[in-house]
Design a protein around this ligand. Structure first.
Ligand code: CU
Length: 115
């Protein structure tokens, strides 16, 4: 088990940046994000990833992401989307890929296997 990921998994945030369900992703893997909304236009923004992408009802926006190291990354909705706009934090927990694929029952396909 990755010590860094275990350390970060034990941490809890307090205050307005805390979320009930953090987005758990593997680091060191290519990730495709599909972003949409079901009510109004939001904007999914995580500054440390350099990503700010609109979430629009009826449309799917896509981008790619590779997280380089384990940790907890935070962002917020950055579109003035309504009265609850101030309460839309984003937490991404980047964990070791093997733990991620084991926990979520995905198959890990190594790049090395295909070379
Ligand atoms: Cu929003």
């Amino acid at each position: 088990m990755d010590v860094g990921a275990a350390f970060y998994r034990g941490r809890r945030f307090i205050g307005l940046l805390e979320v009930d369900n953090p987005l758990i992703l593997p680091y060191g893997a290519n990730i495709r994000l599909s972003i949409t909304a079901d009510d109004v236009i939001h904007s999914w923004a995580v500054p440390s990833f350099g990503i700010k992408i609109d979430a629009i009802p009826g449309r799917i926006n896509q981008t790619t992401l590779e997280i380089l190291y384990p940790g907890i990354f935070m962002g917020q909705c950055s579109e003035l989307c309504g009265i609850f706009h101030a309460f839309m934090p984003i937490n991404i927990e980047a964990i070791h890929p093997e733990i991620f694929f084991e926990e979520f029952n995905f198959t890990l396909v190594s790049r090395v296997d295909h070379e």
